[in-house]
Design a protein around this ligand. Structure first.
Ligand SMILES: Nc1nc2c(ncn2[C@@H]2O[C@H](COP(=O)(O)OP(=O)(O)OP(=O)(O)O)[C@@H](O)[C@H]2O)c(=O)[nH]1
Length: 364
């Protein structure tokens, strides 16, 4: 790896049971088996997972105790996963520091995300982590699909709509990983993606897409329209078929990752720079507008009320006089340094104290 070449970060996202953890284990093993070995840097962001089938370099479970979060905040499982992720995100700068220290020696950083997909994809923490990683390393989303389950057109469509929403949210290079091809080859999915009419036929012949009288159901017509929308999304999509169990397709996956690195550099980075410049320009414009508004308000006030405006002007002489009065400093009084701090003095009983030079009034 050249000194300037940064590692690619692969963020593995997928519905529960899609085989995400098995996939992460498989690509981890694949990189270890390379000649020479290229062990990746692995992050586990799932606080609730009991067994991680791979050796994670950074594990959220070492930082946050998910069961303790449940108890302390009185939360259910999903709330606790989200809270654990939020807590971990507050320390994510340290994680990035550790990752950056390894940037010279690793080719890949792999991130496994919580099993409940929406906790990562639709939470502020997920967005913060993704943005933080993507602004320092070339980053690609690996969206894992359970291929045997996606043979039902409706499941396929909902998976693809989800993928599409993540793509539009992150704007990062995206690889759809059709997993479990040992159990179900993914050519049907490629067909559906290349030719939407084939998908519509599959929809029409699928039992649940017609009602009792044989007319297309609401879901059927919705999905027909959606497949037209998704057609555009499919055109820009990389997809590979993988078996996390046998290792089939893993090399093709890494070819897609390398292509994604180029895509990140050509498309995402300039876009990121453009967005940052735009954000700064907007902020600057807002600042200028609010200053101009304030000055305009002041001008109106002065025209309406010229006498008080005159009095309100800064007079350096006045300031000098004031400084003379109190030495120009705010005096902080520390009462604990008084001779008898906070002491109640009964004047009728007062006796002269040795260290006092005050003449106390005597009762008559
Ligand atoms: N046949 C086959 N089964 C697989 C493959 N990948 C994963 N599985 C199985 O799918 C099930 C789910 O796999 P996990 O890796 O636990 O899935 P996950 O998405 O991490 O699940 P969560 O822990 O809920 O996030 C397990 O029984 C795996 O053995 C594959 O490529 N082929």
């Amino acid at each position: 790896m050249s000194a300037t070449k940064k590692p690619v970060c692969i963020i593995a996202i997928g519905m529960a049971g899609s085989g995400k953890s098995t996939f992460v284990q498989r690509i981890n093993a694949h990189l270890h088996a390379r000649i020479p070995p290229a062990p990746p840097y692995v992050l586990n962001l799932d606080p609730a997972v009991t067994n991680v089938p791979f050796e994670a370099n950074i594990d959220i479970r070492d930082t946050v105790d998910y069961h303790e979060v449940m108890k302390q905040y009185n939360l259910g499982p999903n709330g606790a996963i989200l809270t654990a992720l939020n807590l971990f995100t507050t320390k994510f700068d340290q994680v990035l520091d550790l990752v950056e220290k390894r940037a010279e020696s690793v080719d890949y950083v792999i991130v496994d995300t919580p099993g409940q997909i929406e906790i990562f994809t639709w939470s502020a923490s997920g967005a913060i982590i993704t943005d933080a990683v993507a602004s320092s390393l070339p980053t690609v989303i690996a969206y894992i699909v359970d291929t045997p389950r996606a043979t039902a057109p409706a499941t396929f469509m909902s998976n693809m709509l989800y993928a599409c929403s993540i793509l539009y949210k992150t704007k990062l290079p995206f690889i759809v990983v059709f997993n479990k091809i040992d159990a179900q080859p993914h050519d049907f999915a490629l067909n559906w993606m290349q030719d939407f009419e084939t998908f519509q036929e599959a929809l029409a012949t699928h039992r649940s897409t017609t009602d009792d009288e044989g007319a297309p159901t609401y879901m059927n017509s919705l999905m027909n329209s959606m497949s037209l929308v998704l057609d555009e999304f499919y055109k820009h999509l990389k997809s590979v078929g993988v078996s996390s169990v046998t290792g089939d397709g893993v090399s093709e996956f890494f070819e897609a990752v390398e292509a994604s690195r180029e895509e990140y550099e050509k498309e995402y980075l300039p876009e990121l720079a453009r967005m940052r410049a735009q954000r700064e320009a907007t902020l600057q414009k807002q600042k200028e507008e609010s200053t101009a508004r304030m000055l305009a308000d002041l001008a109106v006030d002065r025209t309406r009320n010229p006498r008080s405006a005159l009095q309100d002007r800064w007079n350096p002489q006045e300031e000098e006089d004031e400084e003379d009065d109190d030495g120009g400093e705010l005096n902080i009084i520390d009462r604990s340094e008084e001779p008898w701090p906070g002491q109640y003095v009964d004047l009728t009983q007062a006796r002269r104290r040795e260290d006092s030079d005050m003449a106390w009034p005597r009762p008559t």
